[in-house]
Design a protein around this ligand. Structure first.
Ligand code: OXD
Ligand code: MN
Length: 594
């Protein structure tokens, strides 16, 4: 493999600290990956599943105390706290390096350090970025080999350059009290210790492609966003692309892989998935914004994935997949999770590795009684997705017609509305929110503000991030229009009014028609909403134009209530909130009161 003096010097330094017994470079070859799978099976780190039913699939369990991203242990280490802002955990870089050094010292004794060269985006594209992850976990190697483009060609693309993101991961004692997921944006460095859970240790994903990349994007004039990318193909063969940001548990993967209702399929409409989680967006010479997915696979939540909610995701996981913390069906050596079907296995092992009796399942206490952990995952190759876009490997991405923000609101947000312009659209993104549901522990209906779905992922001050959004608006000659959707309005009994899933396609078509200037809308204090009859209801059941009128209504009362909550949130972000957004908030309040 091609050598790079900067990479070698850094590895030597990290190896001197962690003391591995050997260092193994990951070249990306199938032989090497297969040998690692065999080794992981021989040590019990992974279980090989039924080769006929789930070819080349494996099951892995993490420690019981290590099953999710931990925001409280995630740090942005910038020279000043102001750079990291008020809603990130901050630590002085020198202080954090010193603390980490103690935790890493000797942590790989007797273990192998794997060196994973990987590219976020197509190898060699000027839109891509390179990272090197050092890890002592085979599970991490095998996941990174699915989630990124990893191997020897990345070292060729890097050449003699020092421009790569350094990532060091050590499982150490997997001690939650000493778990740190740390970012040093000024040093292009990520250090993760005492965890083995994907979101904390697959350093290409949230750590690099969002936190470090958002910092680089601001410096270099582009965006790293927590967005899906999808294409809508029209019967005439033309495809238009949208990106969409939703907080977790709002159906991002489902929307990314949506299957249009039958009446549209018959006419020749299709949806193509470019990405389900992260988008890097850049302005090209034609004055348009282009989106590319820096990842190469999906790290999706398993529970709730089924033939109805997301048949494409399910199909994607039927081969070459690593399942984490799902339920093991001993009868046929396959996997199961809550919401897959109505047939829980009779002989099973739960996500903790204990014998599991499905009759003990209690919805009110999922973590302790379910077969699969509520945050159990599949790591699956994008190449296995039946609706993967032919543009997936386009080095520069796809042109974006619309940016969609969304949240989970019982009353406040209508089914869809369009912002007045880029600045107002940025405001709409900044006030994104979701209400907690009965499914999560704690109070129901509590509003959590999650700007652009980036609350835990901006690698610097949120106020400066909004300024970056505003300033990018001046650099895009033909900017996408910005919309907001809410699939989750409920009636007085708490039932969802809109059927969602495939029927969301009807809303996507209205959005794209607006982008083309093909359809009128009604101006309201919050933005433009559709005329109810412009949402096509052909072939839908249980929804009338009256229902849609209701879904599109703007509830002035609840919006006025929200204004106070938004002001509090802006206060919390502090002095870096751009004046333009405060003016937008005042203007909204005025329009609502008029
Ligand atoms: C994810 C997340 O895993 O947003 O994608 O938490
Ligand atoms: Mn995500």
């Amino acid at each position: 493999m091609r050598k790079n003096a900067f990479v070698d010097a850094w590895i030597a330094e990290m190896a001197a600290m962690t003391c591995p017994k050997e260092i193994v470079w990951i070249d990306g070859s199938e032989e090497q990956l297969e040998a690692l799978r065999k080794e992981a099976v021989s040590t019990g780190e992974m279980i090989k599943l039924n080769e006929e039913k789930l070819p080349n699939c494996y099951l892995h369990r993490t420690a019981v105390n290590d099953v999710a991203r931990v925001e409280s242990r995630t740090f942005i280490c910038t020279p000043t706290q102001e750079e990291a802002g008020n809603i990130n955990n901050w630590c002085d870089p020198d202080e954090m390096y010193a603390k980490l050094k103690k935790l890493y010292t000797g942590s790989m004794k007797g273990r192998t350090m794997y060196v994973i060269p990987y590219s976020m985006g197509v190898v060699g594209s000027e839109f891509s970025k390179i990272g090197i992850e050092l890890t002592d976990s085979i599970y991490v190697v095998l996941n990174m080999a699915i989630m990124t483009r990893a191997g020897a060609d990345v070292m060729e693309a890097l050449g003699d350059s020092p421009d790569f993101v350094k990532g060091l991961h050590a499982i150490a004692d997997c001690d939650p009290e000493n778990r740190y997921i740390t970012h040093f944006p000024q040093d292009n460095t990520i250090m993760s210790v005492n965890s083995a859970y994907g979101g904390n240790v697959l350093l290409g994903k949230k750590c690099f492609a969002l936190r470090i990349a958002s910092y680089l994007g601001r410096k270099e004039g582009w965006f790293a966003e927590h967005m899906l990318i999808l294409g809508v193909e029209y019967p005439n063969g033309e495809t238009k692309y949208v990106t969409a940001a939703f907080p977790s548990a709002c159906g991002k993967t489902n929307l990314a892989m949506l299957i249009p209702p039958e009446i549209y399929r018959k006419k020749g409409y299709k949806v193509w998935t470019v990405g389900d989680d992260i988008a890097w967006l850049r302005v090209k010479a034609d004055g348009r914004l282009y989106a590319m997915n820096p990842e190469n696979g999906f790290f999706g939540v398993a529970p709730g994935t089924n033939e109805h909610s997301n048949p494409n995701a399910l199909a994607t996981t039927r081969r070459d997949t690593i399942f984490t913390n799902v339920c093991h069906n001993l009868d046929d050596n396959t996997v199961w999770w809550e919401g897959l079907d109505e047939n829980p296995p009779k002989h099973a092992v739960n996500w903790k590795g204990e014998p599991w009796d499905y009759r003990t399942y209690d919805k009110a206490d999922k973590v302790n009684t379910s077969g699969a952990h509520p945050n159990s995952r599949f790591t699956a190759s994008a190449k296995n997705c039946p609706c993967l876009s032919p543009m997936f490997d386009s080095p520069e991405g796809v042109p974006v017609s619309a940016i969609i923000f969304g949240g989970r609101r019982a009353k406040t947000a209508p089914l869809v509305y369009e912002s007045f312009n880029w600045q107002h659209g940025t405001f709409v993104g900044s006030i994104m929110a979701s209400e907690t549901t009965a499914a999560a522990a704690g109070a129901v209906g509590v509003v959590r503000r999650d700007p652009m779905a980036m609350r835990p992922f901006v690698g610097y001050n949120m106020g400066d991030y909004w300024k970056h959004w505003l300033s990018m608006g001046t650099k895009i000659a033909n900017p996408p229009k910005i919309f907001h959707v809410n699939w989750f309005r409920t009636d007085d009994e708490g039932h969802f009014i809109w059927p969602g899933f495939g029927d969301n396609f009807r809303v996507l078509l209205w959005i794209l028609d607006r982008c083309e200037g093909k359809v009128d809308a009604v101006k309201t204090p919050i933005g433009y909403v559709p005329n109810p009859e412009d949402i096509n209801l052909e072939g839908i059941s249980g929804v009338t134009t009256e229902t849609v009128r209701d879904l599109l209504s703007v509830d002035t009362e609840s919006w006025l209530e929200d204004i106070g909550n938004i002001r509090d949130f802006y206060e919390q972000i502090g002095s870096h909130v751009p004046e333009e957004l405060k003016e937008e908030l005042d203007a909204l309040e005025k329009r609502l009161k008029a």
